[in-house]
Design a protein around this ligand. Structure first.
Ligand code: M6P
Ligand code: ZN
Length: 191
């Protein structure tokens, strides 16, 4: 950055659909084959076309992962669908640095933010265009798409937060978002 220079920003966001562009925008796809054991009905997941795209994440990471004091920005699209009766969703995670928080906000479509504390209490917030969600530290978070359209949401989180997926794989969320009588409902896991 030159002294007194005036330049364009390094990144742009499409205000209609949240698409991110600019230097070093990363993209990750999660296919049905990447989500082994994340859905309640593993047999139903295994029987699906393994190349089916469930969600895509674009992210801007201007500093290295783990840097204290930086911020990351992400855009996620979750495609519509279900594994058995469970809505397509993100893996969900606690942060590796557990006390780090995060903002999520809805851009398009209808979804549900599913939250779980360290005592395995689960609750949810409705996500819709303009919904804004503050996720405090120590709370696991996962998004499900509950409509027949793609769900697009964005997020901003600290660059030293990290993702702890193992805890979700081993302990799971203690309730799952299922379509029952055409309605989304949180259904407790049987242990
Ligand atoms: C949001 C952010 C990202 C996260 C993504 C997908 O964009 O929270 O950090 O990676 O959602 O969620 P997950 O990593 O749980 O699959
Ligand atoms: Zn997070």
């Amino acid at each position: 950055m030159k002294k007194l220079s005036i330049s364009n920003p390094g990144f742009e966001i499409d205000l209609q659909n949240g698409f991110l562009s600019g230097q070093k925008v990363r993209s990750v796809e999660r296919l049905i084959r990447d989500l082994k054991l994340f859905f309640g009905d593993e047999n139903a997941r295994a029987a699906m076309p393994q190349n089916e795209l469930i969600y895509e994440v674009q992210s801007i990471q201007p500093v290295d992962e783990g840097t204290v004091g930086g911020l990351f920005f992400g855009r996620t699209i979750i495609h519509p669908g279900r594994v058995g009766s469970e809505y397509f969703m993100t893996k969900g995670h606690f942060h590796k640095k557990s006390n780090r928080g995060e903002y999520y906000w809805g851009l398009k479509g209808e979804g549900m933010l599913i939250l779980m504390d360290r005592n395995h209490h689960v609750w949810a917030e409705k996500m819709y265009p303009g919904s804004l969600h503050y996720i405090p530290g120590h709370i696991a978070h996962r998004i499900a798409n509950i409509s027949d359209e793609p769900l697009i949401f964005e997020a901003c989180w600290p660059s030293d937060a990290g993702h702890d997926y193992d805890r979700i794989l081993y302990e799971g969320f203690s309730a799952r978002l299922m379509e029952i009588d055409d309605m989304p409902r949180l259904v407790p896991e049987k242990n």
